[in-house]
Design a protein around this ligand. Structure first.
Ligand code: C5P
Length: 425
C-alpha cells in the first residue's frame, strides 16, 4: 500500500483501533496522539494481552473516549453493543496485530471483544503485524496472512530491524507516523472517483466440469486466476461485479458477488441472470462439449470394454452474450487461448463470436500460462472493418497486471463514449 503525506483526508474520520498483545502496543499511545492531532476520532478495544502492555486508562486519556475490553460487560452492551462498536467506524485498524489475533481472525473466531467486533464488522479492516521474526515467517502465520488478504484485509508491514526480543529480522511494527500515512493513503485512495462506478459487469472465470456420471467429469486446466483478477480489477474501479465461477480453489475476490457453477449450461444461465450489464468479460475456459447423456449411476467396468462417450456441443456463452439485442452488454470481451498463430486465430475469433474485444493469450507448452501467475496477452478490438482489428501488443505481465490494464482500458472506453452511444470505440 502506498503512503501519503497529505493528511487532510483524515479529518473527521472514525477509527476503531484494536490493540492486541505485544510489546509494540506501547507505540499505540503515540499512534492515537498523532491520529487525534489530525482530526481522527479513535475508539479503542484492548485484548487481554494488550492490557499487559498498556493500561485502558492511558488509552482512554489519550483517545478521550471510553475504552472497550470486555465482551460480556453489561454496561457496555447496554451503552454500546459490540456490533455497533464494529460498525460505527470508517476503518478498523488492528495494531499491533499479534500472531495470535491474526490466527483467530483467519479462523473466524469470536472469543473476546476484539475478535467479535472484527467478525461482526462490515467495514474495511487493516492489520499492522508485530511479532518475533520466527513467528512472522512461520508458515502458519504466513498462511493466515494470505487467508486474510484473500478476504480483502489490508496490511501495513511488518518492517525489518532490531526487535525487542533481541532478534533481528522482519516482524517489527511499522512506526506510528507510517501507520498514520498508511491510513491516510487508504482514505485518499477511496476518495478518488471510481471510473466504473454505476456500471454493472459480469465476468466468467475458471473451468467447467461436465459430468460423465455422478463421480466422473470432463474438465480442463484453467485455474481461474486471470478471470478472478479481472473481476477484482473491475470492482476496484467501482464496477458492480458478478463473477460466475466454475470450480476453482481460489478465494473470492473482495467486493465481488460470486455465483458458483459447475457446467457450461449453468454458467450460461448464471451469466444471463446477471444481465442487464454494461460489461461482460468471458474469461472462463468453458468445455466445448458435454456428455450427451450423463449416466445417473456410476458407470461400471464390464465385459463389453470401455464405454463410448457421445458428446454434445455446449452453448457458447461469449457468442450468446454478444448477440445483438436490448440485453447485450455495451462491451463484450472474450479471451482466446492459442498455442500458435495467436493473433490470426484471435482475429478470426473476434469476428466469429461477435464480441467487441478479444484478449489473446499464448498458452503454448512452456509458457506456464495455465495455472501460472503470468500471462502474455494482446488486445484486439473490433475495427471499422471486421477483418482488420486494432491490435495492441502487451508485454508479459502478471495476471493481476493484465487484469488492471484491461479494467483501465474498459474504463477509458466508457469515459470516452457517452451513455447514449450504441457501441464503445
Ligand atoms: O472458442 P474458444 O473456446 O477458443 O473461445 C474462447 C472464448 O470464448 C473465451 O472468452 C471463453 O470464455 C468463451 N467461451 C464461452 N463459451 C464456450 C466456449 C468459449 O464463453 N462454450
Amino acid at each position: 500500500m502506498s503512503v501519503t503525506s497529505d493528511y487532510r483526508v483524515l479529518e473527521g474520520k472514525r477509527l476503531l483501533l484494536v490493540i492486541s498483545g505485544g510489546i509494540a502496543a506501547y507505540k499505540c499511545l503515540e499512534l492515537i496522539r498523532r491520529l487525534k492531532e489530525r482530526g481522527v476520532r479513535v475508539r479503542a478495544v484492548l485484548t487481554e494481552g494488550a492490557q499487559q502492555f498498556v493500561t485502558p486508562l492511558s488509552v482512554a486519556a489519550l483517545s478521550e473516549e471510553k475504552v472497550y475490553t470486555d465482551l460480556f460487560s453489561l454496561t457496555d452492551e447496554s451503552e454500546m453493543g459490540h456490533i455497533r462498536l464494529s460498525r460505527e467506524a470508517d476503518l478498523v485498524v488492528v495494531a499491533p496485530a499479534s500472531a495470535d489475533i491474526l490466527a483467530r481472525m483467519a479462523a473466524g473466531m469470536a472469543n473476546d471483544l476484539a475478535t467479535t467486533a472484527l467478525l461482526a464488522t462490515d467495514k474495511p479492516v487493516m492489520v499492522v503485524p508485530a511479532m518475533n521474526v520466527m513467528m512472522w515467517t512461520n508458515p502458519a502465520t504466513q498462511a493466515n496472512v494470505r487467508t486474510l488478504e484473500g478476504r480483502g484485509i489490508r496490511r501495513l508491514g511488518p518492517a525489518a530491524g532490531d526487535m525487542a526480543c533481541g532478534e533481528v529480522g522482519s516482524g517489527r511494527m511499522v512506526e506510528p507516523m507510517e501507520i498514520v500515512a498508511g491510513i491516510a493513503a487508504f482514505f485518499a485512495e477511496r476518495s478518488v472517483p471510481k471510473p466504473l462506478a454505476g456500471r454493472r459487469a459480469v465476468v466468467t472465470s475458471g473451468p467447467t466440469h461436465e459430468p460423465i456420471d455422478p463421480v466422473r467429469y470432463i474438465a480442463n486446466r484453467s485455474s481461474g486466476k486471470q478471470g478472478h483478477a479481472v473481476a477484482a480489477a473491475l470492482a476496484a474501479l467501482g464496477a458492480d461485479v458478478t463473477l460466475v465461477s466454475g470450480p476453482v480453489t481460489l478465494a473470492d475476490p473482495p467486493g465481488v458477488r460470486v455465483v458458483r457453477v459447475e457446467t457450461a449450461a449453468e454458467m450460461l444461465a448464471a451469466s444471463q441472470s446477471a444481465l442487464p450489464a454494461d460489461i461482460a468479460v468471458c474469461a472462463a475456459a468453458v468445455a466445448d462439449w458435454r456428455v450427451a447423456a450423463a449416466a445417473g449411476d456410476k458407470v461400471k467396468k464390464g465385459p463389453d470394454g470401455p464405454p463410448t462417450l457421445t458428446l454434445a456441443e455446449n452453448p457458447d456463452i461469449l457468442a450468446t452474450l454478444s448477440q445483438a439485442g436490448p440485453a447485450r452488454p455495451r462491451l463484450v470481451v472474450g479471451f482466446a487461448a492459442e498455442t500458435r498463430d495467436v493473433l490470426a486465430y484471435a482475429a478470426a475469433k473476434l469476428a466469429k463470436k461477435g464480441c467487441d474485444w478479444i484478449v489473446a493469450n499464448d498458452v503454448a507448452t512452456g509458457t506456464g500460462t495455465f495455472g501460472g501467475d503470468d500471462n502474455q496477452v494482446h488486445l484486439l478490438r473490433q475495427g471499422a472493418q471486421p477483418e482488420t482489428p486494432l491490435i495492441e501488443i502487451w508485454p508479459r505481465l502478471s495476471k493481476t497486471e493484465v487484469a488492471a490494464r484491461l479494467a483501465q482500458a474498459i474504463a477509458d472506453t466508457f469515459l470516452s463514449t457517452s451513455n447514449h452511444s450504441p457501441e464503445p470505440v
